[in-house]
Design a protein around this ligand. Structure first.
Ligand code: OMP
Length: 231
């Protein structure tokens, strides 16, 4: 229950409620999966909610004492305000440890004039990079961000997202209901870095009960059964 969660997690759940970040309906996901619910971090745009999300990410990173990094890279578009806000959050949470950390993000289209290039903010070359983004489902968006990081000469040392949907890795027979390893678990194995999330679907499942109708919650359970990860 939220009561047993760390303060920053329950504060973040409260912010998600205030911003109506988690909604029920019929959503086609990036992966093509049809989901009965959606987590829209873009709705955390109000000052008090920006504070909550920046501190929640910062505390999630601070909880990893061995994680040493130079740059928070927020992939365009949704990662951009998240990276900037979290960089401020890091200074507020522990300026001694995090005060030298920079953020950067990519342009969707490379500029051919002015300073050029696709990275705005801190260059990634020879830097230890943590990628920060909103949600991980099948991991396609994250793979693109890792690709950019590597092409820019950065070293991936960690990944942090706001919400882990706890779904299995994609496969051609995606909806067979057979549990496969989780996307996040696969990333941990493949890239050998910590993959953190502020919240998982399990963290919010208790508080979800009061948010949806009986039908919506049943559809959520059916969906979870279909795309459930084995770990
Ligand atoms: P994958 O690339 O499949 O991991 O999907 C992750 C992306 O989908 C995120 O960067 C989001 O933009 C978007 N998304 C959400 O924002 N919230 C959700 O609840 C689900 C998705 C999604 O499409 O899977």
């Amino acid at each position: 229950s939220p009561a047993s969660l760390p303060q920053y997690k329950s504060d973040f759940i409260s912010a998600c409620r205030a911003g109506n970040v988690l909604t029920f309906g019929t959503y086609t996901l990036k992966s093509g999966r049809i989901s009965p619910y959606f987590f829209n971090a873009g709705l955390l745009h109000r000052a008090d909610l920006v504070r909550a999300i920046s501190l929640a990410y910062a505390h999630t990173l601070a909880a990893e004492p061995d994680l040493k990094f130079d740059v928070l890279f927020g992939p365009a578009y949704k990662g951009i305000p998240i990276a900037a806000a979290t960089t401020l959050g890091l200074a507020l949470v522990d300026e001694k440890r995090f005060g030298q950390i920079s953020y950067s993000f990519n342009r969707k289209e490379a500029k051919d004039h002015g300073e050029g290039g696709i990275i705005v903010g801190a260059p990634l070359k020879d830097k230890r990079v943590v990628i920060i983004d909103d949600v991980m489902t099948a991991g396609t968006a994250m793979r693109e961000a890792i690709d950019i990081t590597e092409k820019q000469g950065g070293t991936l040392v960690g990944i942090v997202v706001a919400f882990d949907r706890m779904e299995k890795v994609p496969s051609p027979t995606d909806d067979d209901g057979i549990p496969r390893p989780s996307t996040i678990g696969e990333f941990r194995k493949e890239f050998k870095v910590p993959v953190l999330s502020i919240l998982t679907l399990d963290d919010v499942s208790k508080s979800l009960a009061g948010m949806g109708s009986e039908t919506e919650l049943r559809r959520l359970e059916e969906y979870r059964e279909k795309y459930r990860a084995s770990d």
